[in-house]
Design a binder for this molecule. Structure first.
Ligand SMILES: O=C(O)[C@H]1O[C@H](OP(=O)(O)OP(=O)(O)OC[C@H]2O[C@@H](n3ccc(=O)[nH]c3=O)[C@H](O)[C@@H]2O)[C@H](O)[C@@H](O)[C@H]1O
Length: 433
């Protein structure tokens, strides 16, 4: 049996090994040392325990501070209720998540303009310049839309929102976007696109009445599919990026909530959406910035020097698709967290049906900006990109008359006009960004 000394001072070479020759001579000393050491170890243990308790407390505190700082109270509830008020007969009250995002802002405005009630939710994260999100929020405020600052992972906040307003619909657009950023920060995709989605669905399933849900999936779910154009029934089991995989997972997760709880669910596969108030991380936006600043742009090229192509879709067409989906979503059937009958489960492509290559996108930007781009053409790195996308939109056309009307030339002209005015470029004056 090992002695107490052996347990306290295990035979670790070079560290605590005791010279047994001195064992008897130093027995008294050792006993004293052993008991001092025991006390020392206990003290260490207690310090460690206290430290971990304190850090846990501060984690809990900062967590609840993060989640609860900017919501709650009578005034806040009043703002939420006012914003959700419906001003047309047969209108809807919609909770728009990601409302300060690109698509969220445009959809919120369109709903409000036709008389629907809209409450926004956005966490204003810094994936890209939060000042652009704040500017979008100010615009929404100016149209009577209240944007709650909060996270879809905050279940308490979501429950509170459903307590205050019986939302008829949820337009779920909050997400971690971007195909290539998934290699830099994979956790953020799991956090927003999976955990956040489940938290939202949990709140929706328990809400009474349950809302109908329309949410943003992505064209990226087609991954390595090479059958064109992409139809909703095509394979989506070979995603090329973690972003795509989380969106595909979202489609499966929403299916289970539809199946178990009777939630009406519509997933929209957006195809590279662009336009005014867009996302600075996207190619058309960052190319514009660099071209104006005289900086080079990196243009990826596919295998065998084939140009990459995207079915670039203008924001106004996407907004029409979102509203069409909301209008035809059908009702959720559950109540009290229990399914009462089958509810619609739908998935639609929202694309433009006419892919354009990336070099052509640059040509168009050069014409609108009247500046030549410094193109740095490189082979597409293995970063999750797919070589091309092309939507078949016949399903959305049949269901709610979806018909995109803006070609890339026209859409980019509107984008460039917005960009120049937003960032303060005026004819003859010096750029400010
Ligand atoms: O439809 C979607 O589901 C996705 O659309 C969008 O992804 P993508 O289609 O990849 O758009 P985007 O980044 O603008 O790159 C466009 C093209 O430029 C090429 N590209 C890009 C950057 C660069 O520096 N150089 C370059 O050649 C690049 O290789 C690509 O060929 C959304 O960002 C995404 O969130 C998701 O919604």
């Amino acid at each position: 049996m090992p002695s107490l000394e052996d347990e306290l001072f295990p035979s670790t070479p070079g560290k605590f090994k005791i010279d047994r020759a001195h064992h008897t001579m130093n027995r008294q000393f050792h006993r004293c040392f052993a008991s001092t050491s025991t006390m020392f170890l206990w003290a260490l243990f207690l310090i460690a325990l206290t430290a971990s308790y304190l850090s846990f407390q501060s984690f809990v505190d900062s967590g609840s501070r993060y989640f609860s700082a900017s919501w709650g109270g009578i005034q806040w509830e009043k703002q939420v209720r006012n914003s959700a008020q419906i001003h047309r007969s047969g209108g809807m009250s919609v909770l728009v998540t990601g409302a300060a995002g690109f698509v969220g802002t445009h959809v919120s405005l369109a709903l409000k303009k036709r008389g629907d009630g809209v409450v926004g939710l956005d966490n204003f994260n810094s994936y890209y310049d939060p000042s652009l999100k704040k500017a979008r929020k100010s615009m929404l405020n100016g149209h009577g839309i209240f944007v709650v600052e909060g996270d879809v992972n905050d279940g308490r906040l979501l429950d509170k929102l459903f307590d205050v307003v019986a939302f008829t619909h949820v337009m779920h657009l909050a997400a971690q976007a971007g195909v290539r950023y998934a290699m830099e920060n994979p956790g953020s995709y799991v956090h927003s696109n999976i955990a956040g989605l489940v938290t939202l669905l949990e709140a929706c399933k328990s809400a009474n009445p349950q809302p109908s849900i329309v949410w943003a999936s992505s064209s990226s779910v087609y991954g390595l599919n090479d059958k064109v154009p992409f139809s909703e029934s095509d394979r989506t089991d070979r995603p090329a990026s973690l972003y795509a995989a989380t969106k595909k997972a979202g489609e499966e997760i929403t299916h289970t909530y539809n199946h178990i709880y009777g939630l009406s669910i519509t997933g929209l596969r957006f195809f590279t959406v662009y336009g005014p108030w867009g996302r600075p991380d996207m190619a058309y936006f960052s190319f514009t910035r660099n071209i104006l600043q005289g900086k080079p742009i990196t243009v990826y090229r596919g295998k065998n020097r084939v140009d990459l192509a995207r079915d670039f879709t203008y924001i106004d067409d996407i907004v029409k698709g979102c509203l069409g989906s909301l209008d035809t979503s059908g009702k959720s059937t559950g109540s009290g967290g229990k399914k009462k009958g089958p509810a619609p489960y739908r998935i639609f492509n929202l694309g433009n049906t006419s892919p354009v290559t990336v070099p052509t996108l640059v040509d168009i930007l050069e014409r609108h900006l009247k500046v030549k781009a410094k193109r740095n053409i490189v082979d597409m790195p293995g970063n999750g990109d797919v070589p091309f996308t092309h939507a078949n939109i016949s399903l959305a056309r049949r269901e709610f008359g979806y018909k995109p009307t803006t070609d890339l030339q026209t859409g980019l002209k509107k984008f460039v006009r917005w960009y120049l005015s937003y960032y303060g470029y005026n004819r003859g004056s010096k750029p400010v960004n």
